[in-house]
Design a protein around this ligand. Sequence first.
Ligand code: SF4
Length: 384
Amino acid sequence: MKYVDEFREPEKASKLFAQIETLAAEVSGKLGRPVQLMEFCGGHTHAIFRFGIEQMLSKNIELIHGPGCPVCVLPRSRVDDCVALAERDDVIFTTFGDAMRVPGSKKSLLQAKADGAQVKMVYSPLDALALAKQNPDKEVIFFALGFETTMPSTALTLLQAESDGVKNFSLFCNHITTVPILQSLLDAPQFSIDGFVAPGHVSMVVGEEPFDYIANRYQKPLVITGFEPLDILQSIIMLLLQLKEGRAQMQNQYARVVLKQGNHPGLSAMAKVFELRDKFEWRGLGSIDQSGVKIRDEYARYDAERKFPVASIKVEDPINCQCGEVLKGMIKPWQCKVFGTLCTPEQPLGALMVSSEGACAAYYRFGNVEELLVQKENYLAKGK
Ligand code: SF4
């Protein structure tokens, strides 16, 4: 298959692993500890586990899983707001499947549906708009979430609703931005990541420039990367070479898809419809300045938050939940006190266990859970 098989060839992968081994030994020798690289995007986390990349890497290199899964970083208060909107008699609440099971403080959207709320799963915002046209007596709300990757399709759907004169359609906007969260991680004390595997899908929209800025400002190497195994291995080599040579640059490994200037029509639709919020709350990470967007005043009639004011009451995460520490790269998923015991994909306590892109779900699904539980007990027994 063009553009898939050639990025999965085992022989090429073996050669790249060997190259990583040599470079990682050299760089970690210089650092006096394993090299730490963070993949920001949940899609990369999923690929790393699906193709067994983490298990194949030597002890000289550690992959840290960052906060790039939008479902995982959605705070409980926003899930509560979704449930409150969905439970209105006059509303059909539409959402992507991943978001249905994210726990709120009392229930998830799936539980709200079981209790009688009109919650419908859709594959795109356009599906939600079509539902609004079919149900003129109901308000159809689309749960808009995701980084810059999904913002253009939400923005274009809103513009479509306007041009079609649809009045019973609105967005519950939870879109978030990549650069402010990266900056907040990099500004945090004790953040010790050496380089970033930068998000390929977000970069398709925003282009290279925002990551160029991050590399320059924080002097950290950063490589925009695709989602096939050879993409990821090659990007690790590019990062290690930069570290070996003392460089800190943005490089684009995914140039077959990501253009330097990004996607102009997508960016202009986003700029037309959205503006930055002063602050946005992230699960486990707190409130981060300008890290989310809201709908501009010109389109207030499509803003579910203004049509149906929501409570947005801040709710703390459950006491044993360590999602925030995992999202900041401070602990591995299996080091969370409740991993695999009180928190499983069937009974998730935190969102990282729900989403297919969540780090905890990836460890649970692709790792050896029994072995990880033993590792966890040993780790906790040391008083961590
Ligand atoms: S195991 Fe559950 S509670 Fe712990 S970090 Fe993962 S998702 Fe959060």
